[in-house]
Write a new protein. Structure first.
Length: 470
């Protein structure tokens, strides 16, 4: 790129800026107003001076008319106070009876008023012996001859000179005022947009690795300050979302790696001891791990679709007790005792598939951490259905209760004899997401000092018949 190209590019960039457009618009607007005002001033001054001239020559005509009426008209007219004023008294025969010295001996320099008029006032540019413009007053008066005509002419040189000086002054002053105004507007707009440029530069410098940076916020309470507040609020949301995504990816990787590691270990052991390998047991174990992986991937997919707003929900009446009994039946293959004696009929309104997935996640979590058994309790109270899933494991530490239904979280296992934490995988987050969509409540419960601990969603808000989980 040549120097001319770079200069042209910089010029185009400058012309496209808001600062230049505002400055140009303000300057052109003010210049237009000043030009219109200047033009009006010139026209007003010229009209005022012309009226003054017309009044002066009318007064001269009045004095000559008085002399004509009295019959005492001198041969040489005078007393006008201006050597450029011309005057004549013309008889009915067309002879000049009296005149000022500057037109002495010359024929009449104007025609009489039109027929039917006693007076006429007009501008002429071709008086004999002078190329200047004159205002000429012609008046028909009565006297001894009863048909004399008075001609009085006043030069317009003073009007043209005064008007020319004013035009010249405006021609010089207007560009200077426009330049000064443009510079002032340019400076003011630049100062006004400086915080915006600082915000733009800071946003441009923020990368995915520096989401903790914030744009500078002016101390004022104007539109720019509110823009900075909005940008910082958006950056807060982006930082939180990025942190949650990073935590989600890390925990999802851990959740996926654990069953894969177990599958690999079992296969490597069987390959190393082919003679003593129990292939049927290995196949069952690998199948169980594969089913767990499938459920985990489905949970991750559903979570991604839900976060993107693309989850498909089908609302309808659902027998929640059927779902609970079905999920409890699946647990019996997990070699834990299952108690469903406290499951009663309860009908809610929601998506059967998502309800089954949510209950399955709770049940599976309880089975993984149960010592010997898992119990289910489902009751319906007026407009509320309550499902409680309990296991006889160590339970969830109280300080981690509020984290179970957040993003993926894997709390440490506590030492023997203390309350061990459940491991909250993707199912916890998808379950919490579904409960939020249905306006349901969920809470973990750990009973210190009791062998039973659990993970229980709180009541689903519902209508009297059937109960509704929205």
């Amino acid at each position: 790129m040549t120097a001319d190209d770079r200069l042209l590019r910089r010029a185009r960039r400058l012309l496209s800026t808001v600062r230049f457009r505002v400055t140009a618009l303000a300057t052109l607007t003010v210049v237009g107003v000043l030009a219109a005002a200047g033009f009006g001033l010139v026209v007003a001054q010229e009209r005022l001076l012309r009226e003054n001239l017309d009044e002066a020559i009318a007064q001269g005509a009045d004095s000559i008319q008085a002399a004509v009426v009295s019959g005492r008209v001198p041969a040489t007219l005078g007393g006008f106070g201006d050597d450029d004023t011309r005057a004549q008294v013309v008889t009915a025969a067309g002879d000049v009876a009296a005149a000022t010295p500057n037109v002495g001996g010359q024929p009449p320099f104007s025609a009489p008023p039109p027929s039917g008029q006693t007076e006429a006032l007009h501008t002429v540019d071709d008086l004999p012996g002078d190329d200047s413009a004159y205002r000429v007053l012609t008046r028909r008066v009565g006297g001894s001859d009863s048909s004399s005509v008075i001609h009085v002419a006043g030069t317009m040189d003073d009007i043209e000179e005064s008007t020319g000086v004013l035009v010249l002054s405006l021609t010089i002053a207007l560009p200077l005022v426009a330049a000064l105004l443009g510079a002032l507007v340019w400076w003011l707009v630049g100062r006004t947009l400086q915080p915006v440029e600082a915000i733009r530069a800071e946003v441009a410098a923020i990368s995915g690795a520096a989401l903790d940076r914030r744009v500078p916020q002016p101390g004022s309470d104007d539109e720019i300050a509110r823009l900075a507040q909005t940008m910082n609020a958006m950056l807060d949301r982006l930082q939180i979302a990025a942190r949650q995504q990073q935590q989600f990816v890390a925990d999802a990787s851990h959740e996926l790696r654990s069953p894969l590691t177990r599958i690999r270990s079992e296969l490597e052991v069987d390959l190393a001891h082919l003679d003593g390998a129990d292939l049927a047991a290995t196949h069952r174990s690998v199948l169980d791990e594969a089913l767990g992986l499938q459920r985990l991937v489905e949970d991750l997919l559903h979570l991604a679709r839900s976060d993107a707003g693309a989850a498909d929900t089908r609302q309808g009446a659902v027998d929640l007790d059927d779902i609970v009994l079905a999920q409890a039946g699946d647990l019996r293959s997990a070699r834990v005792a299952v108690d469903t004696t406290r499951v009663t009929a309860a009908q809610v309104r929601g998506d059967a598939g998502q309800l089954a997935r949510a209950v399955g996640n709770i049940a599976g979590n309880a089975a993984r951490h149960a010592t010997s058994g898992v119990s289910f309790a489902l009751t319906e109270h007026e407009t509320t259905a309550v499902l409680a899933v309990s296991d006889d494991g160590p339970g969830i530490p109280p300080h981690q209760h509020d984290r179970v239904f957040r993003a993926l979280h894997a709390p440490r296992r506590l030492p023997p004899g203390s309350h061990r934490g459940h491991r909250a995988g993707p199912g916890h987050r998808t379950r919490g997401h579904r409960a939020t969509r249905w306006h349901a409540h969920h809470r973990p419960r750990s009973r210190p000092g009791s062998p039973s601990g659990g993970d229980a969603p709180a009541p689903c808000r519902s209508a009297p018949t059937p109960a509704t989980a929205e």
